[in-house]
Design a protein around this ligand. Structure first.
Ligand code: FES
Length: 106
């Protein structure tokens, strides 16, 4: 499953992810800058904030309520495309996913 991370300045990094891994874990495992993931995926921080690319919002689906609440603490602007990347699991349907990263996570 491939995922592309687009940094705040437009740099693109495409990595191979393990099926079932989260977008957050995949970023950490591949040293992608721009995702911190302080709580390790427990939905207790908001340092894994990402913006799902417009082309992928339908496939990724909407965030859950708790995720929205946690995002209120995110340092960057929260939009309709904002998700906690630890809550997006990479399935074959998401092969080719593109996410955009905010300027700051903390
Ligand atoms: Fe903490 Fe996603 S890693 S909420």
């Amino acid at each position: 499953v491939k995922v592309t991370y687009v940094s705040h300045d437009g740099d693109k990094t495409t990595v191979d992810a393990e099926e079932g891994a989260s977008v957050m874990h995949t970023a950490i495992a591949n040293d992608v800058e721009g995702i911190v993931g302080e709580c390790g995926g427990a939905m207790m921080c908001a340092t894994c904030h990402c913006y799902v690319d417009d082309a992928w919002t339908a496939a990724v689906g909407v965030r859950h309520d708790e995720e929205g609440e946690m995002l209120e603490g995110a340092s960057a602007e929260v939009t309709e495309r904002s998700r906690l990347s630890c809550q997006i699991k990479l399935t074959p349907e998401l092969d080719g996913l593109v996410v955009h990263l905010p300027e700051d996570q903390i």
